[in-house]
Design a protein around this ligand. Structure first.
Ligand code: TA6
Length: 304
């Protein structure tokens, strides 16, 4: 049971950081500073909203998302850990790991000298996590809210034996329409097409999406631009500590089968995900850490 008064007492910052039950009794940290507003759900360490001051919402949330313990939130930035996608050997295990299905603990809030706000959440191994994964670990999700939103997932191996994990910051970006989307920054990179089980190289400087897409781009550094010609927006997505970038849109047929997505939900978002998986799973020796980070900001382009 989360005690909101206790959280407030320990971690609220007047006029800047607060706590409350926002969606169906799930507890959120709300951040508001001179740069932006941001909501982070403690369930999953899940950023559900990032709105730079005087600007549009950057992230997309499904209007039919579950906000219920035991189910994943659809939209925002799901944290996938300690595996990305289906479990390697056991189809009964939750897709994308268990980190997005657990409450994280708040361990720090701070106003930085820049006026940005830092919020740090933590999930460490316990009897509950060991039902799914046998390893001792500590995961920290640091969210820094400024004109740029930085989300950083740091995993530390707190055991005496090495382990491997995969992970993703599975970000959903809002669009006027998928037809108006152009993603820049992937030209010349090879990718695995999960839907056709084949590999290819992206020749075009711009990726446009006209059908279901699940592509895992290898050896990618970023940054990327998500351009929306009707919103006249250019969202820049940069990353660090990640070698794979996944682009996902389910399109109509799959959307219709997903209970937490409207049938036409695919029309107004794209996922551009900061990933470590496949040939780039992370190996951690005892006491070693690795950080996977994503930096998201809006660039306003004036069209002639
Ligand atoms: O990252 C792409 C992907 O793994 C897709 O295959 C698709 O299933 C998507 O993530 C969403 O997964 P979820 O478990 O959140 O429905």
């Amino acid at each position: 049971m989360i005690d909101i008064d206790e959280l407030d007492e320990k971690f609220s910052i007047e006029g800047e950081v607060g706590f409350g039950e926002l969606e169906n009794e799930l507890v959120f940290v709300t951040v508001s500073n001179k740069y932006a507003d941001c909501d982070i759900c403690l369930y999953g360490a899940h950023v559900t909203s990032f709105k730079p001051r005087n600007s549009m919402e950057i992230l997309w949330m499904s209007p039919e998302s579950n906000f219920e313990v035991g189910k994943a939130i659809r939209g925002g930035i799901p944290v996938c850990f300690p595996w990305f996608g289906p479990h390697k050997t056991d189809p009964e295990m939750p897709q994308h790991g268990f980190a997005r299905l657990m409450y994280w603990e708040v361990i720090k809030t701070e106003t930085l000298h820049s006026g940005e706000t830092l919020v740090r959440l933590q999930l460490c191994s316990s009897e509950e996590t060991k039902v799914w994964w046998p390893h001792d670990f500590c995961a920290q999700m640091t969210v820094t809210v400024g004109l740029i939103l930085t989300v950083s997932l740091k995993i530390t191996n707190t055991s005496s034996v090495p382990f491997d994990y995969t992970c993703a910051l599975h970000s959903y970006f809002g669009l006027s329409s998928i037809e108006n989307l152009a993603i820049e920054g992937l030209q010349g990179t090879s990718y695995h097409n999960q839907l056709e089980s084949g590999d290819a190289v992206q020749e075009d400087p711009i990726l446009k999406i006209h059908e279901a897409v699940t592509r895992h781009y290898y050896d990618t550094e970023g940054p990327y631009i998500i351009e929306d010609s009707i919103y006249r927006s250019r969202i820049q997505v940069a990353k660090a500590g990640s070698k794979v970038t996944t682009v996902w849109n389910p399109w109509a047929e799959a959307s219709a089968t997903m209970e937490d997505l409207p049938d036409d939900g695919y029309e107004t978002f794209v996922c551009l995900e900061t990933v470590n998986a496949f040939d780039n799973s992370i190996h951690l020796a005892p006491q070693e850490s690795h950080e996977t980070s994503e930096m998201i900001g809006l660039e306003v382009k004036v069209y002639e």
